[in-house]
Design a binder for this molecule. Structure first.
Ligand SMILES: [Zn+2]
Length: 85
């Protein structure tokens, strides 16, 4: 096998095993929500979103969507303490 072919195979394997192979340190994305766009960012385990829900609960559907996409490659966002009436 030539080196280009083996590189492609390796890359494919790393991508498939991303939950074990890849750890995200930081990123910033724009998520197109139903009502407006939101900037979701992540820095070494700390999530942030510019929406109101995140402000109130430290978690929101935009952050949860990115968790879903990135899987084990990121630390889970802090779950909000349920408000007991
Ligand atoms: Zn949000």
């Amino acid at each position: 096998m030539d080196s280009a072919a083996s590189r492609i195979l390796k890359a494919r394997q790393y991508a498939m095993e991303r939950d074990q192979r890849v750890k995200v340190h930081s990123f910033e994305v724009e998520l197109h929500g139903d009502n407006s766009n939101h900037i979701v960012s992540y820095e070494r385990g700390t999530w942030h979103c510019d929406c109101e829900e995140f402000n109130l609960r430290s978690v929101c559907s935009h952050v949860m969507a990115m968790e879903e996409i990135l899987g084990e490659s990121v630390e889970p966002a802090m779950m909000a303490t349920p408000v007991i009436p």
